[in-house]
Design a protein around this ligand. Sequence first.
Ligand code: ATP
Length: 201
Amino acid sequence: MVCRHGRLEAVGGVDLDVAAGQKVALTGTNGSGKTTLLRAVLGLHRQVDGEILVGGRGCRRAAEWAWRRRACAWIPQRPAPGRFPLLAGELLSSGGDLPEAVRAARRLGVGSLVDRPLSSLSGGQLQRMHLARAVGCVAAGAGVVLADEPTAALDFAGQEEAAEVLTGLPVTLLVVTHDRAMAARCGRVLEMAAGRLREVS
Ligand SMILES: Nc1ncnc2c1ncn2[C@@H]1O[C@H](COP(=O)(O)OP(=O)(O)OP(=O)(O)O)[C@@H](O)[C@H]1O
């Protein structure tokens, strides 16, 4: 499978099989293609040659794309507060299971912020809110979590807590991370360099 940004081949020759329930850490140098790969799995990156199947399904037709978005919870690298004055509680609700997401928000220390506009949250608080939303997505039926540096904005205690929450979910996890503690909690570690994947452990 190959992913391009225009003429640039950002991900090349990747042939990856991830078993259901496996926890995979994707590490590697800056600009090596990790985010591009994750977005391609989610169906957000469309310049892809080759096939990416999730649960045995492709992502070409509209119905398949809709299924992929429900099946995969997504934690973005730099969560944007958005252009609209969305409340944190509305973000949590969009995951499909508000009570479970609110419980996760409490566990992650941001339960008291659900009535606040997302634009008023700090970077770490926003990242915690997205983690809580992902927990709600899983409760609503998502079987895959795709997380792009989900602990990058978190303090030390938050990194531990987030790693525990994420790796404890009953899902297939693909997490881009530079956090050794997070990688250590994953059963499989892959390293990316210049668009190529290598198995580390
Ligand atoms: N929208 C874009 N248009 C053009 N090139 C892009 C675009 N997004 C990413 N790239 C390029 O594709 C390559 C892979 O980028 P990507 O964001 O996937 O890397 P990464 O491994 O996630 O990096 P980091 O660890 O810094 O987050 C880089 O060379 C980057 O400059």
